[in-house]
Design a protein around this ligand. Structure first.
Ligand code: MIG
Length: 822
C-alpha cells in the first residue's frame, strides 16, 4: 500500500527536481533545447534554455569557463583542483542577435547559438577550435558533454595512459585504481587528470573538465563524429584554453590548476628505493655501497616495513630503534631519507593516531557516522577524511614525528584509495567536506590530491625554511602544486620501458612535470641489459628512482657486474652533470607551466611527423633524448625535428626533419675504457644551444660548484637559460637567484653569444669554462665585450675552450657579447 502511494509522489519529486525531464520512466539524456533568455553577468552571460542553463564567463589569464545546470540554478563554485586566486572573471565584449550571443574575450570568441542552445569557441582571429555537437545532456545525476570531433583533430593529455600519446580513437575511464602489473592498453590506472590538449592542424587548444566523479572521455572510439565526456555526477563545468602554441595551452591550464613549485635541488638527484630496506644497518650498508663505489645518489627510501605493524607515524622498535641516529649518519654522508606514508590508519585502540582520529571524527564514515573500516596493510583500517580542513591539519601535524628526526621527504602510496577488500572505499561512504558533505563517489578521485595538500602544507607550516618533497601514486588535476608522481607498479619486462616513456610523457603533457617510473620495473627482476636501458631513459625523467618489489633480486646500480656498474655510474654521473640544465627546466615550468621532459609535440606541433613519436623527448631546452627501448639492439632510429643537431658527446652533425639511425651499443659492447662516456643513449643537442653543465658529485651540494661548463653548439641561433639559486629554502622568492640568458647567433663571420643576467645570489657560479663545438677550424679571434680573450682550439676534437668570468657580464644591464670570429 505504502508503495503504491509513494510511487506517484516520487515521480512528482523527480519532475520537480529535474524540471524538463519528460517522465520518470524516460531514461534519455535531456539536452538544453532552445533559448529562452540571456542574463548578463560581470564576466559573461547565463543563457537560459528550455531544459536548463549554461553560464559562460571569461576567466582572467585562463580562458572561458562553462557551467551547466539542468534546473537553471548554479551553486557556489566548489573545486579542489582549481586555485581560488585564479578564478577572477574578466568582462568579455557581449553582443546578441536573434540567433546567437557572442562573447569576445582576449584570446577566444565564444558563440552561443540559440536554437538549440549550443556553444562554439574560436580563436581571436576566427579559427574554429571547439564546437558542441549535442552539447550538455543530463540523465539523472549523470552528465554528458558531446562536441564535434573534426577528422583532422588529434588529442593529447589525460595523464599516465598506457596507449600512444595521441589519444585519438580511444576511450579513457578516469577512476583512480591500484593496478599492479598493468600492461600496455590497460586502464584506468592511478591518476585522473581530466585535461586534454587538442591539435587542429598546427593550432592547439585545451579543455579541462573540473569534475572528480568517475568519468570517461571518448575521442572517437564509440562516438564516431563526436568527442565526448561523461561523468557519474557533478556539475558539468569545463574550461577552454587558447593556444595557438601547446605552450600557451599549458601556461593557461597551469595558471588555473597550479604549477609545481621549485623542488629542493637534491630531489633531482638519483634516488634508490626497495620494498624494503631494513633494518637500519642495511640502510647504512646501501648508503656505503654508493659512496664506496663512487655512484652518485641523494635519496634513500623506506617502504612499509620501517613501521611498527604498519602503523603510520611509528617506527619498528626492532628494525629502527634509533631513527634520529640513522638519519644523522645518513646526513653526514649526504643522503636524504624519504619514508612511505599510506593513508590508512590501523584500527587499534592502543594506537594514539587511531584513537585521536576516532575521537575527533576525522575518518570517512558510513551514513549515520560509524567510521568506515577497510582492509589494507595494517589489517582493519580507517581512512582519514581529507576533505575536512581539520583532518588535513591534524594529519599534517603528525608529520612532526618524521621531521623532528630529520626525514626529508614523504612518499604517499595506496591513496587511490586502495583497499584490499573492496578495491576502494565504497560509494556510500561519506566525507564531511567542510560544510559540503560528499560521497566517496565524488571524493575518490580527489583523495590523493587532498592528502598531498595536507602533506605539503605540513612541510610549509612545520619547516618553513625547507622546500617540501612529496611523492604520490594517485592524483587529480592540481596535484602538481604539492607533489611529484611515479607511475606505480610497472614490471621488469621490455614492454614496460616504452610504456614508462609514454606514461611519463603523458603526465608531462597534463600539467604534472615531476614524474618518473620505477627504474627496472617494480614487479620481477630485470636482467642487466633491461636495467641499464631503463636507467639510460630514466636518467632523463624529471623524477629518477630505482625501486623494486618485496622479494625481487637486489637492484642497486652495481649488482650487475663490473661492466654494467661502470656504465650505470656513467649515466648517473651524466644526470648530475646536467643538473644546472635540469634545474633550469624545473624553474621554467614554475614560470610558465611547460613540461620538464617535453614530448616533441610540445616544441614542434606544426610538424605532423612528431604526432606519433612517443619514445623520444626533449630534456628541457635543446636536448633531445631517444633512449633504446627494445631488447638486443645496438642502434635505433631517431626522428630529428627541423634544424641542425649534434650527437652528444661525439659531435657528429645531422640535419633534422628526417629520421636518422643512431648507434647505441649495449653496455657489454662498450668495452672497458676508463674514459667511458655515454655511448648507449642517443642524445642530441640543437645547434645554437648553450647547455650549462656542472661537475659530477656524489650528491647535490657535496662541494661548492663555482665553475660551470657552458657547452656551446655552433651553426644555429637560439636562446638558452641558466637559472641558479640556493637549491633549498625560499630565499629565491625574496630575490636570491640569478637568471642568465644566452642568445646565440651563428653568422658567417662569427658566432655571437649575447649574455645577460637578472638578479644575484651569493652561490652563483663566478667562472664559466666555455666549450664551443662544431667549428670547422680554429677561429681567428675570440673577444669578450670587444676585448680579445685567450682561447685554445683542440683540432683533434674541434672544440674551442676559453674561460669567461661572470663579472664580465653579470650586474651590468647590457651584459656582454662574446664573439668567435671565423
Ligand atoms: O600493496 O608499500 O606501488 O611502490 O613498494 C603494495 C609496498 C603497496 C605499492 C607501491 C609500491 C610499494 C608497495 N605498495
Amino acid at each position: 500500500m505504502t508503495r503504491r502511494t509513494a510511487a506517484p509522489l516520487l515521480v512528482l519529486a523527480c519532475l520537480l527536481a529535474h524540471a524538463g525531464t519528460l517522465a520518470a520512466q524516460d531514461s534519455r539524456y535531456t539536452f538544453l533545447g532552445d533559448w529562452r533568455a540571456t542574463d548578463r553577468l560581470p564576466g559573461g552571460v547565463t543563457v537560459r534554455a528550455a531544459n536548463g542553463a549554461v553560464r559562460v564567463e571569461q576567466i582572467e589569464g585562463v580562458g572561458f569557463r562553462f557551467r551547466y545546470s539542468a534546473i537553471g540554478r548554479f551553486d557556489t563554485l566548489a573545486s579542489w583542483a582549481t586555485i581560488p586566486e585564479s578564478l577572477a572573471v574578466a568582462a568579455p565584449e557581449v553582443a546578441e542577435t536573434p540567433d546567437a550571443v557572442t562573447l569576445r574575450g582576449r584570446d577566444l570568441v565564444v558563440t552561443i547559438r540559440k536554437r538549440p542552445v549550443r556553444v562554439s569557441v574560436a580563436d581571436a582571429s576566427g579559427r574554429a577550435l571547439f564546437a558542441e555537437s549535442l552539447g550538455f545532456g543530463r540523465q539523472g545525476s549523470r552528465v554528458a558533454h558531446l562536441v564535434a570531433r573534426p577528422p583532422e583533430a588529434h588529442y593529447f593529455g589525460l595523464g599516465e595512459q598506457t596507449v600512444p600519446l595521441d589519444r585519438s580513437g580511444g576511450s579513457y575511464v578516469l577512476w583512480n585504481t591500484d593496478t599492479p602489473g598493468y600492461r600496455p592498453g590497460d586502464g584506468p590506472l592511478y591518476a585522473s587528470l581530466p585535461f586534454y590538449l587538442a591539435l587542429r592542424g598546427a593550432l592547439a587548444y585545451g579543455v579541462y573538465y573540473d569534475d572528480t566523479f568517475r568519468s570517461e572521455f571518448d575521442f572517437g572510439a564509440a562516438l564516431e563524429e563526436h568527442a565526448g565526456f561523461f561523468a557519474d555526477g557533478g556539475e558539468l563545468r569545463y574550461y577552454v584554453f587558447a593556444g595557438p602554441a601547446v605552450a600557451d595551452v599549458l601556461r593557461r591550464y597551469t595558471r588555473l590548476t597550479g604549477r609545481a613549485p621549485l623542488p629542493p635541488r637534491w630531489a633531482l638527484g638519483y634516488q634508490q628505493s626497495r620494498w624494503s630496506y631494513y633494518p637500519d644497518s642495511e640502510v647504512a650498508r646501501v648508503a656505503e655501497g654508493f659512496r664506496s663505489r663512487g655512484i652518485p645518489c641523494d635519496v634513500l627510501y623506506l617502504d612499509i616495513d620501517y613501521m611498527d605493524g604498519y602503523r603510520v607515524f611509528t617506527w619498528s622498535p626492532q628494525r629502527f630503534p634509533d631513527p634520529r641516529r640513522l638519519l644523522a649518519d645518513l646526513r653526514e654522508r649526504g643522503f636524504k631519507l624519504v619514508v612511505i606514508v599510506d593513508p590508512g590508519v590501523k584500527v587499534d585502540s592502543g594506537y594514539d593516531v587511531y584513537r585521536e582520529g576516532l575521537a575527533r571524527r576525522l575518518f570517512a564514515a558510513w551514513p549515520g557516522g560509524a567510521p568506515y573500516v577497510g582492509q589494507v596493510w595494517p589489517g582493519r583500517t580507517t581512512f582519514p577524511d581529507f576533505t575536512k580542513a581539520e583532518t588535513r591539519q591534524w594529519w599534517g601535524d603528525l608529520h612532526r614525528r618524521y621531521f623532528d628526526v630529520g626525514v626529508a621527504g614523504i612518499w604517499n602510496d595506496m591513496n587511490e584509495p586502495s583497499n584490499f577488500g573492496g578495491h576502494t572505499v565504497p560509494d556510500v561512504v561519506e566525507f564531511g567536506g567542510d560544510g559540503r558533505p560528499a560521497s566517496a563517489a565524488e571524493v575518490h578521485n580527489a583523495y590523493a590530491l587532498l592528502e598531498a595538500r595536507a602533506t605539503y602544507d605540513a612541510f610549509r607550516r612545520l619547516q618553513p625554511d625547507r622546500r617540501p618533497f612529496v611523492l604520490t601514486r594517485a592524483a587529480f588535476a592540481g596535484a602538481q602544486r604539492y607533489t611529484a608522481i611515479w607511475t606505480g607498479d610497472n614490471a621488469a619486462n621490455w614492454d614496460h620501458l616504452p610504456l614508462a616513456l609514454r606514461m611519463v610523457l603523458g603526465l608531462e603533457l597534463s600539467g604534472m612535470p615531476f614524474a618518473g617510473a620505477d627504474v627496472g620495473g617494480f614487479i620481477g627482476s630485470p636482467d642487466a641489459e633491461l636495467y641499464s636501458r631503463f636507467l639510460e631513459a630514466a636518467a632523463f625523467f624529471p623524477f629518477f628512482r630505482t625501486h623494486a618489489e618485496f622479494g625481487a633480486e637486489r637492484r642497486e646500480p652495481w649488482v650487475f657486474g663490473p661492466v654494467y656498474e661502470a656504465a650505470n655510474r656513467e649515466m648517473i654521473r651524466l644526470r648530475y652533470r646536467l643538473l644546472p640544465h635540469l634545474y633550469t627546466a624545473f624553474w621554467q615550468h614554475a614560470r610558465d607551466g611547460r613540461p620538464v621532459a617535453r614530448p616533441l609535440v610540445f616544441a614542434y606541433q606544426s610538424d605532423p611527423a612528431v604526432l606519433g613519436v612517443d619514445d623520444e623527448f626533449l630534456f628541457g631546452d635543446h636536448l633531445l633524448v631517444a633512449p633504446v627501448v627494445r631488447e638486443g639492439q645496438d642502434a635505433r632510429e631517431v626522428y630529428l625535428p627541423r634544424g641542425t643537431w649534434y650527437r652528444y658527446p661525439t659531435d657528429e652533425r645531422y640535419e633534422g626533419g628526417r629520421r636518422v639511425t643512431a648507434s647505441a651499443p649495449r653496455v657489454n659492447a662498450w668495452g672497458r675504457d676508463d674514459s667511458l662516456f655515454v655511448r648507449g643513449v642517443p642524445l642530441f643537442v640543437e645547434a645554437g644551444a648553450v647547455i650549462p653543465m656542472g661537475p659530477a658529485m656524489q650528491y647535490v651540494g657535496e662541494r661548492p660548484a663555482d665553475t660551470l661548463d657552458l657547452e656551446v653548439y655552433d651553426g644555429g641561433s637560439a636562446v638558452s637559460e641558466l637559472y641558479e639559486d640556493e637549491g633549498e629554502g625560499f630565499g629565491y622568492t625574496r630575490g636570491a637567484s640569478r637568471l642568465t640568458t644566452f642568445t646565440t647567433r651563428g653568422g658567417d663571420d662569427a658566432l655571437e653569444i649575447g649574455i645577460t643576467t637578472a638578479g644575484t645570489f651569493p652561490g652563483a657560479a663566478s667562472v664559466f669554462r666555455v666549450r664551443v663545438h662544431g667549428l670547422a677550424a680554429a677561429p681567428r679571434a675570440v673577444t669578450v665585450g670587444g676585448a680579445p680573450a685567450e682561447a685554445a682550439f683542440d683540432a683533434r676534437v674541434r672544440v674551442l675552450t676559453f674561460t669567461l668570468r661572470a663579472d664580465r657580464f653579470a650586474g651590468s644591464p647590457a651584459g656582454a657579447t662574446v664573439r668567435v670570429v671565423r
